[in-house]
Design a binder for this molecule. Structure first.
Ligand code: NAP
Length: 233
């Protein structure tokens, strides 16, 4: 499917996988709406996006007002949203017994409620156009739980469940729903320097997102796992 002229919203576009995805979607011809909290970083990434036009919308996915404004700004600038990439997340690892309640709450609010609220806000626009696509960047942790990361793991299991349910709701609609589950990725979230294996580059995951959204419009990829050859799990 040719992505030229379609509009993609990418959350967490200020670094790592989100920044790489914004660049990759731009190369594929999308107009790209870049969302995250750090405006200066979003502007740097936007200046690298080739082909497509860009719009920078500083926003916190944990804020319902911010995600409503994000969708509104995207629609005003480009008319519709065709692809939503829910990528923003935080990781604060601690054993259950030591976990700070605020850290737990933040991971659920950003990683899970952020995906749910952003998707709900964008859904009318995704349903309106010539075919919408919701992508969630989840994690292999959703299937292989990590010790010391229970809130993060729970948030990613929630993302997978939310997407499975939405996919069923969309079965008679022109909206596809895909979950991309990376293994270890070298990024600001985690550099994996303490691991002997080679982690993925953010671009490796970004290419899987572009592959997923550029399938012919009768093809849906419900889940795609992107692991390194040096396997953790
Ligand atoms: N790194 C790994 O090993 C790994 C493995 C599997 C899956 N993943 C998943 O890959 C995705 C991207 O992570 P990454 O590795 O690229 O990490 P990253 O570089 O830390 O990127 C996380 C992004 O999320 C944004 N973000 C955080 N809180 C936010 C909020 N409240 N509102 C809006 N944006 C927010 C950050 O931007 P601001 O700070 O500017 O808001 C940043 O752009 C995440 O969903 C992560 O769970 C990562």
């Amino acid at each position: 499917m040719d992505l030229t002229g379609t509009t993609a919203v990418v959350t967490g576009a200020s670094s790592g996988v989100g920044a790489a995805t914004a660049r990759a979607l731009g190369r594929a011809g999308c107009d790209v709406v870049l969302a995250a909290r750090r405006e200066d970083r979003l502007r740097d990434v936007a200046s690298d996006v080739q082909n497509g036009q860009t719009l920078v919308v500083p926003s916190d996915v944990a804020s319902e007002d911010d995600v409503e404004a994000l969708v509104e700004d995207a629609r005003e600038e480009f008319g519709s949203i065709d692809v939503l990439v829910n990528n923003a997340a935080v990781l604060i690892g601690d054993p259950v017994a030591d976990a700070d309640r605020e850290d737990v709450r933040q991971q659920i609010e950003v990683n899970l409620l952020g995906v749910m609220n952003t998707t709900r806000a964008a859904l009318p626009s995704l349903l309106d156009g010539d075919g919408g696509h919701v992508v969630a960047v989840s994690s292999m942790n959703a299937e292989y739980a990590a010790e010391g990361g229970s809130a993060y793991t729970a948030s990613k299991c929630g993302v997978n469940g939310f997407c499975d349910s939405l996919r069923k709701e969309m079965s008679d609609e022109d909206v596809r729903v895909s979950v991309v589950m990376p293994g270890p990725v070298s990024s600001e979230m985690r550099d994996w320097a303490d691991w002997e294996g080679r982690a993925l580059d953010p671009a490796d995951v970004a290419e899987s997102v572009v592959f997923t959204v550029s399938r012919p419009d009768h093809v849906e990829i419900p889940e795609i796992t992107v692991n390194t050859t040096d396997k953790l799990a």
